[in-house]
Design a protein around this ligand. Structure first.
Ligand code: DCP
Ligand code: MG
Length: 416
């Protein structure tokens, strides 16, 4: 749509107020919440830094640790070169605190943040464990948007105890750039008539939807900034990149009409939990699975989800992931059955040392109870899930560089 043109009755772009929240150094902030002595210190969250371990990656680093050149996805060896462990060098003022990834804990913290966001936005789109868009058009107005954004930050801080950066703009793409603009603890409001000016100096590589390859191609065309992109020839961009070129051109002009829509229904629901190291106490494993089974069944009930498949995941040392699932004749919502089936499936692993367990229900059905049995075969969540798990278990992916990210993302899907 050309500037200024709109369908009769459609809201003008400037009538929308979109807020983007992205938590600051999220995993590190979660660690600080339960270990306040880490506040103000360089903190690295990752895998593979214990003596004897050689492979692993940084999931995130606190802003203090970033000063030393530590960053997400960096190989752990490189991180340790930049910032030694305080545990190894207690007297070194330039040493930092390393902590392992505890995704379950971060998921819990992330869920508490999301609960607040659902209260504050008319619609919410969760993007990842630490990031979401809110449509707040009917909750605030441009002249008080700054105060509204501050309120969002304060509620998260007060009720959950972790810092967030917030951006407010008339579209999703600009709101995301705004939340990133003044991190950490950022608060940036870009009003409709400031969008072009705000975007102009931003590097093309930072425009949403432009990866490193496309950024390089754009630079070859002499397009370095969003401002350059906004004033490029849209036909040339379409020739070169197809419809995508046109989208990027519009995004660089702040013409991102995507509505803030909630994500679709999840394919499965799961919870998992790691032991400190591995345990040989199978009674403990059974109890943990029972707790998880109850939590998953409860989640399904709260989401009005029926499930046809119930499964367990058992991780044995070093990183071997085993999944077992049982499919039922029809969709159910039955916590007792989740408990029975998971305990039954678990029996096979009696006597093994276990480092992590998980419970999942899949083949979900969100239709009414009467229709549930008709639609039970809609999707084969099992096949999907199996692929994911095998991907983690059979390769050394979880231990390679960047492995922590994949680990996080896979589990994230479960919680969407
Ligand atoms: N993450 C990861 N591996 C990566 C990138 C991220 O495991 N390569 C995890 C750790 C982060 C979390 O995802 O804490 C959120 O990712 P962000 O990109 O939002 O990064 P942070 O929240 O850590 O930092 P920032 O303050 O830049 O948002
Ligand atoms: Mg973040």
């Amino acid at each position: 749509m050309v500037d200024g043109e709109r369908l009769p009755g459609a809201p003008a772009r400037e009538e929308r107020i979109v807020l983007h929240v992205d938590m600051d150094c999220f995993y590190a902030s979660c660690e600080r919440r339960r270990e306040p002595e880490l506040r103000g210190e360089p903190v690295v969250v990752g895998m593979g830094y214990e003596p004897g371990e050689t492979v692993g990656a940084v999931a995130t680093a606190s802003y203090e640790a970033r000063e030393y050149g530590v960053e997400s996805a960096q190989a752990i060896g490189a991180a340790l070169d930049n910032l030694p462990r305080k545990a190894d060098e207690p007297d070194n003022p330039d040493a930092g605190y390393y902590r392992p990834v505890d995704l379950d804990f971060y998921q819990d913290v992330g869920s508490s943040v999301k609960e607040i966001l659902y209260e504050l936005g008319d619609t919410v789109r969760e993007v990842s464990i630490d990031e979401a868009y809110l449509d707040v058009t009917d909750r605030t107005a441009w002249d008080v948007a700054d105060g509204f954004a501050r309120h969002v930050k304060q509620r998260i801080h007060r009720e959950v105890g972790v810092p967030a950066s917030v951006g407010v703009a008339p579209d999703m793409s600009t709101a995301k750039l705004a939340s990133d603009y003044d991190k950490p603890d950022g608060l940036v409001v870009v009003e409709p008539d400031e969008v072009r000016e705000f975007l102009a100096p931003i590097d093309v590589a930072d425009v949403h939807g432009i990866g490193p390859v496309r950024a390089r191609e754009l630079r070859e065309m002499g397009i370095e900034t969003a401002g350059d992109l906004a004033s490029a020839d849209p036909y040339e961009l379409t020739d070169r990149f197809g419809d995508r070129g046109r989208d990027l051109y519009r995004r660089a002009r702040g013409e991102d009409n995507r509505p803030v829509e909630p994500r679709g229904k999840p394919k499965s629901l799961s919870r998992e939990s790691a032991f400190d190291g591995a345990t040989d106490d199978f009674e403990r494993v059974r109890e943990q699975v029972a707790t998880l089974a109850e939590a998953v069944a409860d989640r399904a009930t709260r989401k009005d989800a029926f499930y046809r498949t119930i499964g367990v995941k058992v991780v044995t040392p070093p990183f071997d992931v085993h999944t077992r699932a049982e499919s039922l004749p029809g969709p159910v919502d039955d916590a007792g059955l989740v408990d029975d089936v998971t305990q039954d499936l678990l029996g096979e692993f009696a006597g093994e040392s276990v480092r992590k367990v998980g419970v999942r229900v899949s083949n979900l059905d969100f239709s009414e109870r009467e229709q549930a049995s008709l639609d039970g075969f809609e999707s084969d969540g099992d096949a999907d899930d199996g692929r994911t798990e095998r991907g983690r278990g059979d390769s050394t992916g979880g231990r390679e560089r960047g492995g922590t990210q994949r680990d996080g993302q896979i589990s994230l899907d479960d919680f969407e």
